[in-house]
Design a protein around this ligand. Structure first.
Ligand SMILES: [Zn+2]
Length: 83
């Protein structure tokens, strides 16, 4: 009967362990990469280890895309070079 609750507890532990794990030693200084929404041009700084995780599914050279927190659209890494 407590399966659902146990599942929640497991998830909580899982996310907690994610927060506590620090495989790259980035606790003190977290590098972020700026992403820009293709739809609403919202900017968001994403920690680079998160970007790296998204990148695991991508082929080399392929754009990492994250979901825009504002409009749910697609965010791509902001380019430094102007158009
Ligand atoms: Zn957006």
């Amino acid at each position: 009967m407590t399966t659902k609750k146990e599942q929640d507890e497991l998830n909580k532990d899982f996310f907690k362990s994610l927060e506590e794990e620090d495989p790259f030693g980035l606790n003190e200084e977290i590098k972020t990469i700026t992403f820009t929404c293709k739809d609403c041009h919202e900017e968001d700084d994403v920690p680079d280890f998160v970007v790296a995780e998204f990148g695991l599914d991508k082929k080399k050279g392929e754009e990492v895309e994250v979901q825009c927190p504002s409009c749910g659209g697609t965010m791509i890494q902001a380019r430094k070079n102007p158009k």
